[in-house]
Ligand binder design. Sequence first.
Ligand code: SF4
Length: 368
Amino acid sequence: MIHDDDKERFVQALLGWFSVNMRDLPWRRDYTPYRVWVSEIMLQQTQMERGVTYFNRWMGRFPDVAAVARAAENDVLKAWEGLGYYSRARNLHRAARLIMQEHGGVFPCRYEDIRALPGVGDYTAGAIASIAFQQDAVAVDANVERVFSRLFDIDTPIKEKENAAFVRHTAQSLLPRGKARLFNQALMELGALVCGKKARCPLCPVQQWCEAFRLGIVQERPVLTARKSIVPIEVATGFLVHQGRIFIQKRPEMGVWAGFWEFPGGCIEQGETAEEAVRREFMEETEFDVVPREKIAVVRHGYTTYRATLHCYLLELRGGSDVPVLHAATESRWVRFAELDGYTLPAGHRKLVDMMAGSLQWQWLQGG
Ligand code: SF4
């Protein structure tokens, strides 16, 4: 944690490290707003090395805002060719023309005016305001988010609104007045060179303030995405019992639960009751015409992305043969209840067996 009376030491450690370790990049030699702007737009979704090559070539072709504004869109796109995400080039072109028309060809210095340029979001506006104009604005990119998620052990997805607000607020409170150019670049450089996906903590100048390092959970931060929303599904299945034995079938070797044994069944379709679904599923998968005699259990089981509710029935054959025609399995068996322990079942089906095994009401089935 960085306590108030420690902020200065933190900043000094960070800036001291940056002054020695900063990479020599072309836009760091001459911080004109135009060069800073182009570098920031170019580096979005572009690797650094590639960005440097394109930046130098771009500056040779378009040395200032006026040169971009004068160019035909095709020429601008041509210079961008190979970088992808061409909306960035189109926005550069539109913004250059806007700067010529509305700002007399002078790159605007007010944060609001910078932010209003096509293709400029919060991060880019903060980067230009601080790096080009030395204003006390923060610039939070993915590198800064990663560093802060570790420094402050942010244990919920970093993109969540409250976390984004926390990171901005904290960056603002740490930012040394008048040194935003260095501070913002130093934080981003730290994220790029030391606190990357694989953190190199022994080299870190701010390790002593890092909560994730102290707790030994650096690789668990940042938490990237919210858990996928869990989709509820309703499933019908059950024990088809015939002459004291239960029908099971083996799933194909590909797909979900590959090679597992199971009781036939599947999702209840819209407008269908669970009983209708279980009859349909048995017919489709085995060509058995079954009759649900009784609902024996409701089993709930959560998987990674969905939560299944299994409506389980005791079923009997309506008549006909007890030899199935398999459509969703590679083999099948009629087994005693006690023998089910010897088969690998999907989790939901195993839960059903366990429930039945613990129920006195179904002892006849277990001893059958
Ligand atoms: S100690 Fe490690 S995890 Fe913490 S800020 Fe430094 S590099 Fe990142």
